[in-house]
Ligand binder design. Structure first.
Ligand SMILES: Cc1cc2nc3c(=O)[nH]c(=O)nc-3n(C[C@H](O)[C@H](O)[C@H](O)COP(=O)(O)OP(=O)(O)OC[C@H]3O[C@@H](n4cnc5c(N)ncnc54)[C@H](O)[C@@H]3O)c2cc1C
Length: 471
């Protein structure tokens, strides 16, 4: 193919979706220009330096339910770095019936829905009456809950409100940043409704789903993930290196300002001028995509103002603290703690004990030094010292070990605009409508977490598929 015959594409957005799409197009022989608004590529896959070590500032793991991350990492020469977390499992923090904070190890389950209703930790979390109510699940008529609208409705109908409050809500909040009241059961746990119909109880349904997904029954909660020794951010760096080698023109600090189709050509406005190409991959987060699609895809306007009341914590503040605290060598709360929303005295949504979760990180930090990551709904954490003070209070309550300002070696606060969960009620209908309309427009595909699902494996697989559609 001569240079004149090569088709040309602009990829807008240099997060994982944009990088992966650009790679796919470049491998297919397309001449690609990538535009990234900020000074660096990777988006929510980013690094920061805290306490002398370069750590993940955003995503720090990938789900093992698909091979998308592992295959990409292998193709990029990162096979040796693929690691598994410490299988010690995660914990839960919830409010007991007097509203007091309690912690317990997270029972095995799917999104907090327990597999084993006789597990001792379940009794500890739900109390006697809550456990008895949960156990009704196996005796209730088969049809109860099958037609539920939200995941919370289904779990409430089968196992009672306490399972919703103390198990489902903290786990769902940690994974999707939404309330289970707003989560579509068919999207959050595909096959759950059918499995409930078939097996007649929710615990049997999740057991069947778990066995099907993992092939094993005994995995500790939270262990169906993997990471990269040295940090997940390296995959974005490796993608960038490969794009350079493939001759992709990579422009950082270059936001796309406008998108227009004239005849068969696409025009992308940038601060440096107008680009004319055959194809466009739009791979920004939702807010930017909605603006760029104005006048191109009317369906995008449906994503403009998500119902703020239905989506909790869309903006995430992530505070990373490096502490010198040998008491934490014992990993008192496993890999970390998910927090029930009812627990008013703790503002954090989740705490990750990163040096307990990732053995490679513990080795790098050395004994006695620990990395804690606390995530907050953005408005719940102040800037500067007040924010740190809040985080130390929360960390102490969650870990059962006093963490004081004197123990802190370094800390950093990063604020993220996370995607609206694509598993929220009604969201999939809007996504299908947008995708169907986009499919009718020649030379344009739209990808990214807001459509694919929030999580690296979904984002990678969707970006690959969308880019292939384009060529
Ligand atoms: C704090 C945090 C922790 C997470 N942890 C995990 C995890 O452990 N495991 C996991 O699987 N997932 C995790 N996720 C989710 C995962 O990181 C995301 O789903 C994924 O990285 C999203 O990729 P993306 O390319 O769709 O979007 P983004 O990463 O948001 O990238 C979009 C890019 O588009 C750029 N852009 C915006 N507007 C323009 C414009 N006009 N022109 C050009 N460029 C533009 C942005 O600057 C950005 O770089 C986490 C997310 C966050 C925020």
């Amino acid at each position: 193919m001569t240079e004149e015959q090569r088709s040309t594409a602009v990829v807008i957005g240099g997060g994982m979706a944009g990088l992966v799409a650009a790679r796919e197009l470049a491998h297919a022989g397309v001449s690609v220009t990538l535009l990234e608004a900020t000074g660096q590529v990777g988006g929510a896959v980013a690094a920061h330096e805290v306490g002398g070590l370069v750590l993940d500032a955003g995503a720090e793991s990938y789900a093992k339910r698909s091979k998308a991350f592992e295959e990409l990492a292998s193709q990029l020469g990162l096979t040796e770095q693929l690691v598994e977390p410490n299988p010690v499992g995660a914990w839960l923090a919830y409010a007991n019936s007097k509203g007091q904070a309690r912690t317990s190890s997270l029972p095995k389950g799917v999104l907090g829905i327990p597999l084993d209703l006789d597990a001792p930790e379940l009794r500890e979390i739900l109390g006697r009456s809550g456990t008895l109510r949960a156990k009704l699940d196996v005796n209730l008529p088969k049809g109860v809950g099958v037609k539920s609208r939200s995941l919370a409705d289904m779990v409430r109908a089968r196992m009672g409100q306490r399972v919703v409050d103390r198990l489902l809500a903290p786990v769902v909040g940690g994974v999707y940043s939404v309330s289970p009241e707003e989560l579509d059961p068919d999207l959050a746990v595909p096959g759950l409704r059918d499995a409930l119909r078939e097996h007649g109880s929710l615990s049997a349904a999740v057991t069947a789903i778990k066995a099907k997904n993992s092939g094993k029954k005994s995995k500790k909660p939270g262990s169906a993930i993997g990471g990269l020794r040295g940090g997940v951010y390296q995959i974005a760096q490796a993608l960038r290196t490969e794009l350079d080698e493939l001759g992709v023109e990579l422009n950082v600090n270059t936001p796309a300002l406008g998108l227009k189709r004239t005849g068969t050509a696409w025009h992308v406005t940038t601060p440096e001028g107008l680009l004319e190409v055959d194809k466009v991959v739009l791979a920004t987060e939702a807010s930017a995509a909605v603006g760029l699609l104005e006048g191109v895809l009317v369906e995008a306007a449906d994503f403009a103002q998500p119902d703020a009341s239905s989506v909790q914590g869309r903006e995430i503040a992530l505070l990373t603290i490096v502490v010198d605290l040998p008491e934490l060598d014992a990993m008192p709360r496993g890999t970390g703690v998910l927090v029930a929303p009812q627990l008013a005295e703790i503002k954090a949504k989740a705490l990750t004990h990163a040096t307990a979760k990732w053995p490679w990180l513990a080795d790098e930090e050395g004994p006695g030094t620990h990395v804690l990551r606390l995530s907050y709904p953005e408005e719940a954490l102040a800037e500067g010292e007040p924010g740190l003070t809040q985080a130390l209070q929360d960390a102490s309550a969650l870990l059962g070990v006093t963490v004081q300002a004197d123990d802190v070696l370094d800390w950093d606060l990063v604020r993220w605009r996370s995607a609206v969960s694509n598993a929220s009620l009604g969201q999939q209908t809007k996504i299908d409508a947008l995708r169907a309309a986009a499919a009718k427009i020649d030379g344009l595909v739209v990808t990214g977490a807001w459509l694919a699902g929030n999580g690296l494996v979904s984002v990678i697989a969707d970006a690959q598929a969308q880019a292939r559609n384009l060529v």
